[in-house]
Write a protein that binds this ligand. Structure first.
Ligand code: ADP
Length: 293
């Protein structure tokens, strides 16, 4: 069963492109990453899914329910963490948590206490006096305390220090193990690489690649570092060439035989050919606009 399915979802803000023809499929139980640079359309997709804004065209289903027709039934089963959090002025953290629990018509005190303890969140503070990180923690508890089947998290880790980020992902992994579907949007690639099983990459409002994180990492591109010199001018597939003080460094997506033949005719003391890290690969996706190679 699919937790999320979108069909050609398109949203324009006046003439500004939000998202175009987004087709997403997220299976129930998945830990799914939605990656893209700022302004790519991640929040627009999420807000459309939640019925906070209306698509211009296309459609989507959550747990098989139509987002346009069965919004309330869907929202009952979701925990949503917005990218920017706002609370009513003068509210205490415990009030914000209670309000959120009441909206789900549940007594969540036990789980809320457990989460606050793990995230070291003081519920006796006023929300308008909180640091960005503590506001984020409050929003995290609001999204998780009613133990929803699907968590939709929009850039969740901004403002959290590294220890808190680790604790937060530990909580998510525990939830995922007990069947919760997690949809995590982020522009931080290592976050997706370390935590997600499947992912989609969005760029300028369109999905440019999707699949397992392992598959997305396997582009065939290599990083080549050379001590010495070789003539790369006739080689196709050389990207991002840097030459400095007798060293050459580049990404290579061409034929390996051609690379080795060219290297053999160069003046080389040492060469290493390695897999680039995920960060470099995704930059490549962003720049080239797809996984066509
Ligand atoms: P992301 O979440 O990936 O950073 P967004 O979905 O926020 O991207 O933005 C996608 C595009 O839609 C951007 O060009 C952004 O400027 C535009 N956009 C987002 N929200 C609005 C809005 N409320 N009004 C006008 N344009 C918007």
């Amino acid at each position: 069963m699919e937790a999320i399915r979108t069909y050609g979802l398109t949203k324009y803000y006046g003439k500004t492109r939000g998202i175009e023809h987004i087709d997403l499929s997220v299976q129930q139980g998945d830990f799914f990453g939605f990656i893209g640079p700022n302004g790519a359309g991640k929040s627009t997709t999420i807000r459309t899914l939640l019925g906070l804004i209306k698509a211009n065209s296309g459609n989507a289903k959550i747990f098989g329910l139509d987002i346009a027709k069965e919004k309330e039934a869907i929202l009952e089963r979701i925990g949503y963490l917005p990218s920017e959090t706002a609370f009513y002025p003068g509210m205490y953290v415990r009030d914000a948590l209670k309000l959120s629990a009441d909206l789900h018509r549940q007594d969540c005190r036990e789980e809320a206490n457990r989460l606050c303890e793990r995230l070291q969140l003081d519920t006796g503070r006023r929300t308008d006096e909180l640091s960005f990180g503590n506001r984020k923690k409050t929003a995290i508890v609001c999204a998780l305390q009613h133990k929803p089947e699907l968590l939709i998290l929009d850039e969740p880790t901004g403002g959290l220090d590294p220890l808190m980020q680790r604790e937060f992902f530990e909580i998510l992994r525990e939830r995922n193990k007990t069947g919760t579907t997690i949809f995590l949007s982020s522009h931080i690639l290592s976050e997706i690489q370390h935590n997600c099983v499947n992912a989609a990459i969005i760029r300028e409002g369109e999905i440019i690649a999707s699949g397992s994180v392992a598959e997305l990492s396997r582009t065939g591109t290599k990083r080549v570092s050379v001590r010495g010199t070789m003539d790369c001018s006739a080689l196709s597939g050389v990207i991002d060439l840097h030459i400095s003080q007798g060293n050459m460094d580049f990404l290579y997506s061409g034929n390996v035989q051609s690379l080795l033949r060219t290297a053999a005719t160069g003046d080389i003391q040492d060469i290493s050919i390695t897999d680039p890290d995920l960060e470099e690969i995704f930059l490549h996706y962003y720049e080239k606009g797809g996984a066509e190679e």
